[in-house]
Design a protein. Structure first.
Ligand SMILES: [Zn+2]
Ligand SMILES: [Zn+2]
Length: 257
């Protein structure tokens, strides 16, 4: 599969974009930058968006994406996430006040809506945009899921926003065809207290957790969600970690998984 980095930071400036990764041009993971990073043609080709959790830096571009696709008479966009995440999107985002409820506004497909919400049961393999997706609960301040996306016998993992966690690493350890991981790291080690209360990794806490995964040395690990203020500091700390396959991707990088 082709992994296109649309946004890979834990905040936004003109040089940093919030989280969005694109698989084979049709499946987005998180929507922090899905309209600021994709042109209209690319937005129209999306079939689904996996949403790790309801925090704004992961969902905000769903607003403009739905609006654009509605005008383009695109096919329905599947928005998939845990039951709690979908409930939050319905109640707090597409609620007819903060933004129109695009799940009742027609798409270009007769009888179907611009957005179709799909609730993912924890760890139950579910087909989304032609791939098999599993959602795994991780450890954040609100309900948050990581994902394992499988396509043509290769799997890609996405951590979502998380601090130290167990189940994700157990699942990845038991996923033999795992080709790469997108793993969050947000704060430098000197901000470990802030990372702890906000449910995020620092390089040191991530390195400890990677010991739970037996193939950490050989599995390409793309680090994302670094806060813009700490970009250089976190990268320097990560560069000192040994025995791992860490890489910090840049906006518009493309990887073949
Ligand atoms: Zn979050
Ligand atoms: Zn976030």
């Amino acid at each position: 599969m082709e992994l296109h980095v649309i946004g890979c930071h834990g905040g936004e400036t003109p040089k940093h974009r919030a989280s969005t990764f694109l698989i084979d041009g049709t499946l987005a993971i998180d929507a922090g930058a899905v309209t600021r990073g994709l042109d209209l043609d690319q937005q129209g080709k999306l079939e689904a968006c996996l949403v790790s959790h309801a925090h704004l830096d992961h969902v905000r571009d769903l607003a403009t994406l739905a609006d654009n696709r509605c005008q383009m008479r695109s096919a329905p966009l599947v928005v998939a996430g845990s039951k709690a995440t979908i409930q939050s999107l319905k109640q707090h985002f597409f609620n007819g006040v903060l933004w129109p409820d695009f799940s009742v506004i027609p798409s270009g497909t007769p009888g179907r809506s611009t957005i179709e919400f799909l609730e993912l049961d924890d760890e139950v393999p579910t087909v989304v945009a032609g791939r098999t997706v599993r959602a795994i609960a991780v450890s954040h301040t609100i309900d948050c899921s990581g994902f394992v996306v499988e396509s043509n016998g290769a799997s890609l993992a996405y951590s979502g926003d998380t601090g130290p966690t167990d189940r994700l690493w157990e699942v990845l350890d038991a996923t033999p065809n795992l080709r790469a991981m997108l793993i969050e790291v947000s704060f430098p080690d000197r901000e470990a207290g802030l990372a702890r209360v906000s449910g995020h990794y620092t390089p040191a806490s991530l390195a400890l957790d990677l010991k739970k995964f037996r193939r950490a040395a050989s599995t390409p690990t793309f680090l994302y969600h670094i806060k813009p203020l700490y970009q250089r500091e976190v990268e320097t700390e990560c560069s000192r970690l040994t025995g791992l396959s860490l890489e910090v991707p840049r906006i518009d990088d493309v990887f073949r998984i």
